[in-house]
Design a protein around this ligand. Structure first.
Ligand code: 5HY
Length: 247
């Protein structure tokens, strides 16, 4: 099977790192192709960044449909453009936040999230509410590092993330940690060993969920709100997006 891994920010080194983490857990016979949009924010740390990154996600879905990929992963913890992406394809589309929540909910009754900046914590809270996991998450925490610190100073990022995870373990009465950034995908095992708790990371969780769905022959439902978009004209710089009903 072919899984298209989309990093919605435009930092190629993070895309490569996320792709390598996905390759490490992929089953034999699973091809992972990691991509990022050419246009958009270099990191996603606000509602504003999220909104613009969703356009790039949808463009990558469009390319993936031409490449006939079997599943998509949106590798940003805000799951930007997830439902719109699902409208565009019959393939499964998995956001790393949703994947992380589901996986953590199976191995623990309560988990905490450790993300980059507390400013984006509300985005994770909205997703917990939307996906039905608000009762499972004890607290949303942040290492208070800009996303690109994960690229520019990974040792400092690791230390700050571990410190926050240890506070969560001591204070939150939890069974697991969910890492709140696609850029942390390469740190999972090291963090888990450092804190003595299971650590769920959304990219790797999403790879295994995608393999399961494709293996079961289950894709995005096209009945109801995730049916293909209604055909219509688009104007201005989006005029190239005008389309007949998709199928
Ligand atoms: C992510 N931002 O996974 C999110 C993390 C965050 O550029 N990739 C980003 O802090 O919301």
């Amino acid at each position: 099977m072919h899984i298209r891994l989309i990093n919605p920010n435009t930092t190629a080194s993070m895309t490569e790192k996320i792709g390598m983490a996905a390759h490490r857990v992929a089953a034999n016979g699973t091809l992972i192709s990691a991509v990022n949009p050419s246009d958009g924010p270099v990191s996603i740390e606000s509602h504003y960044d999220e909104a613009y990154s969703a356009i790039g996600v949808l463009e990558e879905i469009r390319k993936g449909e031409s490449d006939k990929v079997d599943a998509y992963i949106i590798a940003c913890f805000g799951d930007p453009g997830l439902l719109a992406a699902r409208e565009m394809t019959r393939a499964p589309v998995i956001g790393i936040a949703e994947a992380g929540f589901h996986m953590a909910g199976i191995i623990s009754t309560r988990f905490s999230i450790v993300t980059t900046l507390m400013r984006t914590g509300i985005i994770a809270q909205h997703l917990l509410d939307q996906y039905g996991f608000s009762q499972h998450c004890r607290r949303i925490r942040a290492a208070e590092i800009p996303v690109l610190t994960l690229e520019e100073d990974p040792d400092a990022a690791f230390r700050l993330i571990v410190e926050e995870c240890l506070r969560a373990k001591a204070e939150d009465n939890i069974g697991a940690i969910v890492l709140g950034c696609g850029g942390m995908a390469d740190l999972t095992d090291r963090i888990s060993q450092a804190i003595g708790l299971p650590v769920i990371e959304g990219v790797t969780a999403a790879v295994k969920l995608a393999e399961a769905l494709v293996g079961l022959g289950i894709g995005t439902s096209k009945h109801g709100d995730l049916a293909f978009p209604i055909g219509k004209a688009f104007t201005g710089k989006f005029s190239h997006l005008s389309h007949q009903p998709m199928q």
